[in-house]
Design a protein around this ligand. Structure first.
Ligand code: SF4
Ligand code: SF4
Length: 337
């Protein structure tokens, strides 16, 4: 991969691409396949849950790609400074579901986390659920609940010291400056030399609060990436979602603190066209992160591999086809001029 830019150069040139595995996604086989193919396609960073088993799956996928000539992307781990939809799982008791239910919950789940009913089986396969929330309003009986998962303060430093990420993504929401600062203290206590701290924030956080966080980040000697979360976890829904991330860039860029501005939340294959249609704005974008759409792009091959009883990376016929699909999403960003 001779043309691959180092992550810092990619940020500077607007060609940075990050794969988001999902802050709550613990489907280890799918994560390994996802990371292998996206690393081989040339992403600069892989963002996943702060969980030892997830990190091991990411590293297995990356090792597969490196063995085929890929450069090693940064490992970024996701944390939150409080309750956040990225850090939740859906749950319901299947024993309460009427047998006549047409199971709309199962149809809307993009992660195939709600399977056909099996006696005594789980309603939601927890490891697969990444907390997108689509099933919550789908149940006509209101049986589906969300369960939040926020890492305890004392667990952060030892976990990071064990997992050794190159970067952290910290999800934040309005009014949580103090909690944000406390999370910064906890991750600094890990002693990990972080290359970047990505701050994931939606439109509601606003420029003033971003500047307040910037002051805290700089006081720690860290370098930020501003992850503009246009429509959290919606990139696999439809092309219209791509507008939200670009609109957020247009809204925040004039007042944002120093640091790369990276699109996320609603990003998909159409995002680059929306962005490049506004050349002045396009120059301000340092790159993109793909989450739900990255997983959906691979889904036909993941299912085909599953039906063959193998993993996608182990199937020499399927993975080259899947790589072509992944490159369609990633390459326009890697080759931006
Ligand atoms: S629809 Fe979303 S929240 Fe519900 S089970 Fe599937 S992944 Fe989890
Ligand atoms: S839609 Fe509600 S009642 Fe029907 S299977 Fe899903 S959780 Fe159960």
């Amino acid at each position: 991969m001779s043309s691959w830019l180092l992550p810092e150069a990619a940020l500077a040139q607007g060609r940075w691409v990050k794969l988001i595995c999902g802050a709550s996604n613990q489907d280890l086989d799918a994560i390994e396949d996802l990371c292998g193919l996206y690393a081989l396609a040339g992403v600069h960073c892989i963002d996943g849950a702060a969980d030892g088993a997830v990190v091991a799956a990411i590293r297995r996928g990356v090792a597969w790609a490196v063995a085929r000539g890929a450069a090693r992307p940064w490992l970024m781990l996701s944390l939150s400074d409080g309750l956040d939809p990225h850090f939740r799982k859906a749950w319901f008791d299947p024993a309460r579901c009427p047998s006549s239910c047409p199971r709309p919950c199962e149809r809307v789940c993009p992660a195939l986390a709600i399977g056909p009913p099996t006696p005594g089986g789980p309603g939601v396969v927890e490891d697969r659920c990444y907390g997108c929330g689509r099933c919550l309003p789908a149940c006509p009986l209101g049986l589906i609940q969300e369960r939040s998962q926020v890492l305890a303060s004392g667990a952060v430093a030892p976990l990071l010291a064990e997992l050794q990420p190159e970067a952290i993504e910290l999800h934040t929401q309005p009014g949580r400056l103090q909690a944000f600062g406390e999370r910064l203290d906890q991750l600094m206590a890990s002693g990990i030399p972080l290359r970047r701290l990505a701050v994931s924030a939606g439109a509601e956080v606003g420029a003033q609060e971003l500047w307040q966080r910037f002051a805290l980040i700089r006081a720690k000697g860290l370098l930020p990436i501003w992850q503009l979360d246009g429509r959290p976890m919606s990139g696999d829904v439809g092309d219209g979602m791509a507008h939200a991330a670009v609109q957020l860039l247009a809204q925040l860029a004039p007042q944002a603190p120093p640091g790369p501005l990276q699109l996320a939340g609603g990003t998909n294959g159409k995002t680059i066209a929306h962005l490049e249609a506004q050349p002045q704005l396009a120059r301000l974008a340092s790159g993109v992160a793909f989450g739900g759409v990255a997983r959906r792009q691979l889904q036909p091959w993941l299912l085909a591999a599953q039906q063959r009883g193998t993993s996608l990376l182990a199937d020499g016929e399927l993975w080259p086809q899947a790589l072509v699909a992944v490159q369609q999403l990633v390459r326009p960003w890697l080759e931006r001029t």
